[in-house]
Design a protein around this ligand. Structure first.
Ligand SMILES: [Zn+2]
Length: 135
């Protein structure tokens, strides 16, 4: 009897696929398939970029959180107190590496997850600019 192959979303584009020729993590318990060579190449690029840039994002976020705490600690009463939020949103916009486990990207696919993250970070950035301008 042939085993039914479930359709799982491609890790990159999110399209459901029963193709198992392009598995990014072969032999893992939860296999993460891609639908095509192109998508697999994109995932490889993303993983490579992620591994080189994740630290930058963490350092930036850490610095901005500290800045924010300093502002709160000194009861900094100025429009610029909302600046750390703008910095954080900008950092996430340029480094939208929100998940540490790649299986989390499977729901939407890396492509859409990155897009949605960028849109949300832009909205937060716009919100913080409004707070700064209207202080
Ligand atoms: Zn795909």
């Amino acid at each position: 009897m042939r085993k039914e192959i479930d359709k799982i979303p491609c890790l990159y584009c999110g399209e459901k696929t029963d193709n198992r020729k392009f598995i990014i993590n072969p032999k893992a318990r939860e296999e993460l398939p891609c639908c095509s060579t192109e998508c697999m190449q994109e995932v490889r690029k993303f993983i490579d970029w992620d591994s080189h840039n994740r630290m930058k994002l963490y350092i930036m976020l850490f610095a901005f959180v500290i800045l924010n705490l300093i502002f709160i600690g000194f009861n900094f009463d100025s429009r610029w107190r909302n600046l750390p939020l703008l910095f954080m949103a900008t950092a996430v916009y340029f480094y939208p590496l929100i998940f540490t486990r790649y299986i989390r990207y499977q729901g939407l696919g890396i492509k859409k997850t990155v897009k949605v993250t960028k849109v949300i970070s832009l909205l937060i950035a716009a919100f913080s600019i409004i707070l700064i301008v209207n202080y």
